[in-house]
Design a protein around this ligand. Structure first.
Ligand code: WT7
Length: 649
């Protein structure tokens, strides 16, 4: 188990919690523990009540079907459409002229769409999709920059019942190709390019080969964002603009069953092959709608900014579906926080009068390092609530965020959840929960989380164990796309009846959860999950490499950075050039976030006598810890050889 990160927190429960201010509580949606008690009393009645916040075309006749675990179903026979919930119902409720989506590009160009306008765009694009023969159940891959069209595309898919698979724009074309193949997408929506730190990053031209090698793809729709050139393929490639020009602006929504697939999102696991996490319609929407309203204490006048990319679950649940279902105003930004200057985010908060800001610890650690002068020179007084997600937040970063961004005046919701959970699971309720920096605090009402030991028994206060979820929840993943067996093996086999999260955790005497990070071979790099095996498979695909082992090394800003140990084919000499080549190779296979920070060559990897690579030993070497007994290794010499080599670097 990865116990490195939060050892010093063991005494943290002695810290006096930060209580929400009287001011905040006065206006808060929830001011006391009534919601918790209601859910404890009757969990399903609680979720049934929450589902009333959604507009159903036909009401469900049963909240939960648990006859065939772990294949749970929610809101049986309920019928609904997600785009209707995110758009039409607000237009019909008098919010038509309210801003739904605000956008600012890296170059300062802006877009503002009201609910009425966004509905129009979505209907037009839905009709365009239908015109191309896309319909209910068809898979559509979206590989786009952070621009409004990406959100329009997602919502249009939901309107016509197509299943989107958004692939993070920073993933490489090869990673895109694998995901297109696995989802069997008929359509890919992309852009000519993306703006990043003043440069144009080509997308469509970069994906040329990937698209040509994807036989399922019939059409490719391209948004012209940067003017980057590419060779359009006649009969396959179409321009977004052309399709939208002639499209009708009303479109009957498809009537979807609560359990119809809504989207697939690929996420890293312990093997080289990403998992296609499948979410369905009704339960997912109830889950993200409810948590968005309560965790962010949503108010009608809020301007909400989540800095995630739509390519991750955070973008799906808390940029698009949660906020729009709740009728909020969601802001998106195309660029990075340090371009053109390191105060870009604070400038945007000032300009748009952002009230709720949701970001990741890795970003907060960068802001800290860049210095207080950047936020200090901006007016951040519009902020009333801050959020954190993606990895454990270290108390220093929490305190800095609280003081320098929140002016010691905004509660911080540290939200624990996963691509698989679909919705926030462990979190404070900002008007109720006393906050302890570094703790995601308590399970959301209606969620039953616990920490268990190897045997599956609940651990006592302060005792480390594995984080599990004890009962099904509405937004849970339903399966892994085309691989139900892997779904069962990954999440449900460790402890019968319990959902295994893959995270280590402990609870303190007050029942607060302290999440310690992944216990499996999955790394958390800047809040993004990368499987060690994914990187290893990419490395061994290189013609010079025989074997590779990848570990995460504690990194000040990123949480973890990737270090890899590589053995080369006979006759190949390690060199700095080869190091660069291998890094580039991984970047090409997976994407820049997976590029190893360090690569070391070694004549052999440390293995047990049965041949298993001992990654723990490699971690100890990389972090310069004592190695203890290594005599059980197949080749005890290897460790000291690696150690020497590592020191020399
Ligand atoms: C893993 C899930 C869910 C959004 C982004 C990541 C880690 C996430 C927290 C938090 C401690 C956290 C866990 C989890 N994680 N949020 N608030 N405190 N750890 O989604 O890529 O599916 O990764 O991120 O290790 O299992 P994901």
């Amino acid at each position: 188990m990865d116990e490195r990160k939060h050892d010093k927190n063991v005494s943290e429960n002695e810290v006096k919690p930060f209580q929400p201010s009287v001011n905040f509580v006065e206006q808060a949606k929830v001011k006391d523990d009534s919601l918790y008690r209601e859910a404890e009393n009757d969990r399903l009645a609680f979720w049934s009540k929450m589902a009333e916040n959604i507009e159903w075309m036909e009401k469900w006749d049963q909240v939960l079907d648990d006859q065939n675990p772990p294949f749970y179903k929610w809101f049986i026979n309920g019928k609904l459409n997600v785009s209707v919930n995110c758009l039409d119902r607000h237009v019909n409720n008098g919010r038509g002229d309210k801003q739904a989506l605000l956008f600012e590009g890296e170059n300062g160009d802006t877009v503002s769409l009201t609910y009425k306008e966004l509905l129009n765009e979505v209907c037009k694009f839905s009709n365009a999709l239908k015109g191309l023969g896309i319909g209910k159940g068809d898979a559509v891959t979206i590989w786009m920059p952070m621009i409004p069209e990406a959100i329009t595309a997602m919502l249009a898919c939901t309107r016509i019942g197509a299943v989107h698979s958004v692939v993070f724009g920073g993933f490489s074309p090869e990673a895109l190709k694998d995901r297109i193949k696995d989802s069997e997408s008929k359509l890919v929506i992309t852009a000519d390019g993306a703006n990043r730190r003043g440069k144009e990053i080509p997308m469509r031209s970069a994906a040329e080969e990937a698209l040509d090698q994807s036989p399922t793809v019939e059409k490719v729709i391209i948004v012209e964002r940067t003017g980057t050139s590419y060779q359009p393929k006649e009969g396959r490639d179409l321009l977004w603009e052309d399709l939208m020009k002639d499209a009708e602006d009303s479109c009957e929504p498809e009537i979807m069953d609560a359990e119809d697939p809504l989207f697939i999102l690929y996420s890293s696991g312990t093997t080289g092959k990403p998992k296609g996490i499948l979410h369905t319609t009704g339960g997912y929407l109830v889950g993200v709608d409810t948590t968005f309203r309560y965790v962010f204490d949503h108010r009608e006048e809020d301007i909400y900014w989540c800095t995630a990319d739509i390519g991750w679950i955070t973008g799906h649940s808390y940029i698009v579906y949660g906020p729009l279902s709740a009728g909020s105003t969601t802001f998106i930004y195309e660029g990075t926080p340090d371009y053109p200057a390191r105060d870009r985010f604070w400038e945007l908060i000032e300009k748009y009068k952002i009230t709720i800001f949701y970001t990741a610890p890795t970003a907060i650690r960068s802001f800290m390092r860049w210095g207080n002068q950047h936020p200090d020179k901006r007016d951040l007084s519009s902020l009333r609530l801050l959020g954190s997600v993606g990895e454990p937040i270290n108390p220093e970063a929490w305190l800095w965020y609280h003081e320098h961004i929140g002016n010691a005046n905004c509660p911080i919701v540290d939200t624990w959840w996963q691509t698989e959970t679909g919705m926030i699971m462990i979190t404070p309720l900002p008007g109720v929960t006393g906050l302890k920096p570094g703790s995601a605090t308590m399970a959301f009402p209606g969620i039953e989380a616990d920490v268990v030991d190897d045997q599956g028994n609940s651990t006592g206060p302060g005792q480390r164990g594995f984080l599990v979820i004890k009962s099904p929840w509405p937004a849970m993943l339903r399966t892994l796309y085309k691989d139900p067996e892997r779904f069962e093996n990954t999440y449900w086999k460790q402890y019968p009846g319990l959902y295994f999260t893959g995270d280590g955790a402990w609870k303190d005497g007050d029942g607060y959860f302290w999440i310690m990070g992944r216990v499996d071979d999955v790394l958390n790099i800047s809040g993004h999950r990368i499987g060690t095996m994914e990187v290893e498979s990419a490395l061994v695909e290189h013609p010079s490499v025989t074997e590779a082992a990848v570990i995460g090394k504690v990194h000040e800003i990123k949480g973890h950075s990737i270090t890899s140990f590589v053995t080369l084919k006979e006759g190949v000499e390690g060199s700095d050039d080869l190091v660069q080549e291998l890094k580039a190779h991984v970047g090409k296979k997976i994407g820049a976030i997976a590029r190893p920070e360090e690569i070391f060559f070694t004549y052999e990897l440390p293995k047990t006598r049965s041949g298993k690579i001992m990654r723990r030993l490699l971690r100890d070497i990389a972090e310069q810890r004592d190695l203890g007994d290594v005599t059980t290794l197949m080749d005890p010499q290897v460790v000291s050889a690696i150690k020497e080599g590592y020191k020399e670097k």
